[in-house]
Ligand binder design. Structure first.
Ligand SMILES: [Zn+2]
Length: 239
C-alpha cells in the first residue's frame, strides 16, 4: 500500500547528516518553518532524491509520518540547485550560509528569514558577488535572531554625529566619546554595515560590495555572534 503524503513543503536543505547506511537526517528551512526528516537512501547518487538532498538545494518535499511520529521523505522535486562546482569560494559561502542558518535560526524565526534566504540564493546564481551577498544575508539573520547592531546612532549616548566605529559589546555604532581605539572602523566600513543592517529586500538586489571588504566585515560579525551566542561556525575557517 502506498504511504500517504501528509505534508508537502518547499524549502532549502540546510543540513543533510549521514545516518544509518545511505540514509540522512535532513533539515529544511521553508516559509512555514524548520523541518527535519529522514531521507532514506538519499546518500546514494542513484537515489531519485539525491539531487534535492544536497546542501542548499531548493526543492518540494513530500513527507510521510513514521511510526515514531517523525517525518520521512517520500518524494521530492528539485526547484533549483546551487552551482558551486569546483569553485571553493562559492562552496565556502554556501557552507557558511547553510551552517549559520541551521545553527542560529529558531523555529519562530524561520518564516521571517526565509524570503532573505530565497533571494540570496537567487542572487548567488550570478557569480562573483558571493561575499557581499553573504554579508547582507548574515546582517539580516543577526537582526532576526536579536543580534542586529544599532547603526543609526551611538549605542551608548545616542549621538548621531562623530561616529567612529562599532562596539560589539554594546551592540552598535559608537561615537568618539564612547568608543575606544579597538572599536574604530573606516567610514567606508561603517557605511557598508549601516546599509547591510538597514536595507530592504529590494535594496539588496542592486548593491554589492568588494569581496575583500565584505569578507573582513563578515569575519568580524561571525566572531561577534560566536562570542555572544557560544555557537561556533566551522565554516569561518573556509571563508
Ligand atoms: Zn556616544
Amino acid at each position: 500500500m502506498a504511504e500517504k503524503t501528509i505534508k508537502t513543503i518547499e524549502g532549502f536543505v540546510l543540513r543533510s547528516s549521514p545516518y544509518k547506511e545511505s540514509d540522512a537526517m535532513m533539515n529544511v528551512l521553508s516559509s512555514e518553518g524548520l523541518f527535519s526528516f529522514l531521507g532514506r537512501g538519499v546518500q546514494k547518487n542513484t537515489s531519485k532524491n539525491f539531487a534535492s538532498s544536497q546542501l542548499l538545494s531548493k526543492a518540494k518535499f513530500s513527507l510521510v509520518e513514521q511510526k515514531n511520529g517523525g517525518y520521512a521523505l517520500q518524494e521530492s522535486e528539485v526547484i533549483s540547485l546551487p552551482d558551486g562546482k569546483s569553485d571553493l569560494t562559492r562552496l565556502a559561502i554556501f557552507s557558511f550560509i547553510a551552517e549559520a542558518s541551521v545553527k542560529l535560526i529558531s523555529e519562530e524565526e524561520a518564516s521571517v528569514i526565509y524570503p532573505w534566504l530565497d533571494q540570496t540564493m537567487n542572487l548567488l546564481k550570478e557569480k562573483g558577488k558571493e561575499a557581499s551577498r553573504a554579508l547582507i544575508y548574515f546582517c539580516h539573520l543577526l537582526g532576526v535572531i536579536g543580534y542586529g547592531l544599532e547603526v543609526d546612532e551611538c549605542v551608548v549616548c545616542g549621538k548621531k554625529t562623530d561616529i567612529i566605529g562599532v562596539s560589539f559589546r554594546e551592540g552598535g555604532f559608537v561615537c568618539r566619546d564612547c568608543g575606544s581605539a579597538s572599536s574604530k572602523l573606516t567610514a567606508r566600513d561603517l557605511k557598508i554595515l549601516r546599509f547591510c543592517f538597514k536595507c530592504g529586500l529590494s535594496d539588496a538586489l542592486r548593491v554589492s560590495f568588494e569581496a575583500k571588504e565584505s569578507l573582513a566585515l563578515l569575519k568580524r560579525l561571525i566572531l561577534y555572534v560566536e562570542d555572544f551566542t557560544g555557537v561556533k561556525l566551522k565554516s569561518l575557517e573556509l571563508i
